[in-house]
Design a protein around this ligand. Structure first.
Ligand code: ATP
Ligand code: MG
Length: 396
């Protein structure tokens, strides 16, 4: 059955008090952006704590609309509805029977009618409507039966300024609409974790941009393409991602030449954070995001994280900090980044990684080692930032 209206249910926005309309506006904006690729005319409107998407023409597929809406942060459920404007009871009865007939070709099902009356002035009570509409369905389709406890089909009828009839409620991602909570810079590698970390923070309404540290010829062009692919997959949820690609080779070689090899990773990570922070500040981002999780590798022990954090002046969001790898993989599979993440292209950290990296680095010792870089490091950072490549990654 083809639907022309979709009722959007949202969660947390509803408790935002006086600011609620701002969050609703942001959600409506994100819904319009999500539907744009379908190249069809959709009207997005709001009415009494509800948002509706109505199609003006017939050039879309329901599944595509639902798929796009179910990726918009802030949406808790999408309900394909039949909307009727006339509230006359006979008309309602006819519409409910027609809905049941079209939505459920197999009539050998149990059902329950569940009416909610936001318009209390309506001529019949919810109980009366449940009984009368249920009776009408039973009389028309003799194979059906009523089951008020565990029905196969729940027919919801909402009496508002108009009437909604629906039974499906498809889960959205929840969270807050992108753009309602500032902007942050994601350190995006080609691995499994960082796309998930970006997704989780974007889900809280944060607009994401990203930085990738590339080390040609030690990392291939294909590794860079993989990161672009990941950003494009994430963009299906987050909207367009501005991806900054930094050539990190000279900095890595310089650290490799000057510093103890067991400290390479931690020192490299500190410079990644520094550079990411520098670009973030210029672009008005208020925080950094990484895919780190306590204890996952040597650079993610509590000691290492503390030493890394020491170079950061802005907050670093690490949403995966308490996650096990399998939990991260489950989210990666759900959002569609996993298959790309496991493609076997080297990322820059694995090339320069020591056999036995320090797991309990001491800040004083690391600062001492970094002094050996003082001659050239500022120039190298400047040149890496000045020559950064910028790619706008839109949803694929
Ligand atoms: P991931 O699966 O996200 O690559 P990982 O398990 O490989 O993580 P690390 O390589 O230690 O772990 O990286 C930790 C975090 O540092 C990553 O989640 C990412 O946020 C950031 N990071 C690592 N390498 C890069 C890179 N080349 N460019 C940008 N960010 C990076
Ligand atoms: Mg990695």
């Amino acid at each position: 059955m083809k639907y022309t209206s979709f009722l959007i249910k949202y969660g947390e926005i509803g408790v935002k008090g006086k600011n609620r309309y701002k969050f609703e506006d942001a959600l409506m904006k994100q819904i319009r952006i999500a539907l744009k690729p379908l190249s069809c005319d959709f009207r997005v409107s709001r009415e009494l704590g509800r948002i509706y998407v109505d199609a003006d023409d017939d050039c879309y597929d329901d599944e595509d609309v639902i798929d796009a809406l179910c990726r918009v942060f802030g949406i808790v459920a999408v309900c394909p509805v039949v909307r009727i404007e006339s509230k006359d009871f006979e008309n309602l009865k006819k519409a409910v029977i027609e809905y049941f007939d079209r939505a459920y070709p197999d009539k050998a099902v149990s059902f329950k009618v569940d009416t909610k009356r936001a318009d209390k002035s309506y001529e019949k009570t919810s109980e009366q409507l449940n009984a009368l509409l249920g009776e009408a369905i039973l009389e028309t389709f003799c194979e059906t039966r009523v089951d008020v406890h565990k029905p196969d089909v729940l027919i919801k009828v909402e009496i508002r300024n108009h009437i909604n009839i629906y039974s499906l409620s498809l889960p959205g991602p929840g969270g807050m609409p992108v753009g309602t909570n500032g902007k942050a810079m994601l350190l995006l590698s080609g691995g499994i974790d960082s796309p998930v970390a970006g997704y989780m923070i974007a889900k809280r309404g944060v607009k994401i941009e990203a930085v990738y540290f590339h080390a040609p010829p030690y990392t291939s062009e294909r590794a860079k393409i993989k990161v672009i692919e990941l950003a494009r997959t994430m963009a299906r949820y987050t909207g367009v991602i501005n991806l900054n690609i930094i050539n990190f080779t000279d900095i890595q070689l310089y650290i490799y030449e000057k510093c103890p090899h067991d400290e390479l990773t931690i020192i490299m990570r500190r410079y990644m954070m520094k550079i990411a922070q520098q670009i973030a500040k210029t672009n008005g981002d208020l925080a950094l995001i990484t895919g780190e999780s306590v204890g996952q590798v040597a650079s993610q022990t509590v000691h290492s994280l503390a030493v890394t954090d020491n170079v950061c002046e802005m907050p670093v969001f690490r949403p995966l900090i308490g996650f096990d790898k399998q939990e991260i993989i489950t989210v990666a599979q759900k959002i569609g980044t996993f298959e790309t993440s496991i493609e076997p292209y080297e990322d820059c950290c694995t090339i320069f990684v020591a056999k036995h990296p320090v797991t309990k680095p001491q800040l004083e010792k690391i600062l001492e080692s970094e002094k050996k870089l003082s001659e050239k490091i500022d120039d190298l950072i400047k040149s890496a930032v000045d020559t950064k490549e910028r790619i706008l990654c839109s949803a694929k």
